[in-house]
Write a protein that binds this ligand. Sequence first.
Ligand code: GRF
Length: 201
Amino acid sequence: MIKLGVLISGGGTNLQALIDAISTGSLSASIELVVSSKSSAYGLKRAEAAGISVLALSKEDYTNPLAADEYIAQALLDAQVDYVVMAGYMRMVRAPLLKAFPNRIINIHPALLPSFVGAHGIADAFAYGVKLTGVTVHFANEDYDKGPIIAQQAVTIEENDTLESLEEKMHAVEHELYPRVLQLLAQDRVTVDKAGRVHIH
Ligand code: GRF
């Protein structure tokens, strides 16, 4: 049983997938706190509906990004979370958070890293014309989108796919993969070696 803090900025469908996996018992975890970088994020409603404590921030709170991350880190430490799960969080995590949770911050990226880093992984892969893309779950570190990769799942782009149909396929994979990977962490089956490679036992 692990305690999670979840960072969001938007719709929170990945947050919902975690809430659902916890309630069906496929993820042995509890969500202690949801932090949103936007006070209007729909994901906050999902958290509240599930009875989870929330911390809603706004643009002004990030005027000093380091101070913002110190504040967030303290809130997560106070909530005694084991892992910090980024789920559509559109801000970088900086030193105060990374130091408070070394190799304990996880991100989901909608592309097969190291390809298509950045905020538009699905659209960028589609526009490039790759035939294979996918979802990556990785530890966050100071190198944006470059932390140790825990798991990846491929998604094929077919001739008749549109950006919308690809987005749908990608989100379906995300919602299945993220709880599954977090369950590996809950079972203590994930280690990172000195070279920064992840091993699943
Ligand atoms: C997901 O595609 C995730 O991979 C990306 O942002 C999106 C968040 O969606 N980082 P949601 O807020 O979980 O619905």
